[in-house]
Design a binder for this molecule. Sequence first.
Ligand SMILES: [Zn+2]
Length: 334
Amino acid sequence: MLPFKLVYSEKYYLPIGEHVFRADKYRLIRERLLQEHAADDSDFLVPESASESDILLVHSPHYINKLMEGSLSAREELQMEIPYSPQVVDAFMLHTGGSIMAAERALQDGVCFNLGGGFHHAFPDHGEGFCMINDFAVAIRVMQRRGKIQRAMTIDCDVHQGNGTAVIFGNSGYKAGTLPSWPAPVMGSAPGASPGKGNAKDVFTISLHQEHNYPYSKPASSIDVNLPDGCGDEEYLAWLDNALSSGLRQFEPDLICYVAGADPFRQDQLGGLSLTIEGLKQRDDLIFRAARARSIPVMSVYAGGYASRVEDTVTIHCNTVLAAAEVYRTVSER
Ligand SMILES: [Zn+2]
């Protein structure tokens, strides 16, 4: 039995057909965790769908209407890069409900996983890059509305920059900075950034990503680390450590949302970094240890993962659960 819960539904599957985004990965992750006796049935919680009023804490009524009525334009659907259907909307609503549940349980248990979610390219008024609803941004706003937290930090380690998240929380009053991991231009404030519907200065966003990759326009997070093509384990971990220390020096969150993308992997089809499976597990370990050392609850969501072999994506995502189990088991046994 794990020292925390895993939120999952068989309805997380997104019916998007043959796609580089393997929407069956969620089921495969659950199966692998059970097969390897890393988890048992009692570790899983089944979420309910988020409500429209939850989603409206982040997304515009106009956009939500378009999703509910199926009236996205051809261009908007193209930008989403997944085919629209009411069933796909239902699946995103469920992933979002899963992130809300994971946030609740993280505050109760210290850590909780949504074995889905992480749709960081969803903006208040449109979807992009396989993302329709920004599940974890909604979860953070719901926790604030319920008075469970005041301040949150997102730590986005997907290989692609968290552009939707940056815009949603973009008016948080922190001076955006780019760590000089590469001779990257210092980015100004996000064009088109809209204020989040919470108190100002309440969500701090960190994104570590490959600079030369989608999204090509990167609205400023609180901290952006623009990594060079081919960046390997050692360099990546050093920058992550640096960004975490810097972020946690500037800001004390009540909740961390870890966006644990599997696509910084060296054999990812949509990524150009060179992390190994072992390096990615060290990344997970670093984040959970940093949170544990400061007694900050962590909710974890999955985001991308497009390895040539889906088994590798599944291994990387399962390893995030194992890394947390090692860190939090040690704590509870003390
Ligand atoms: Zn990604």
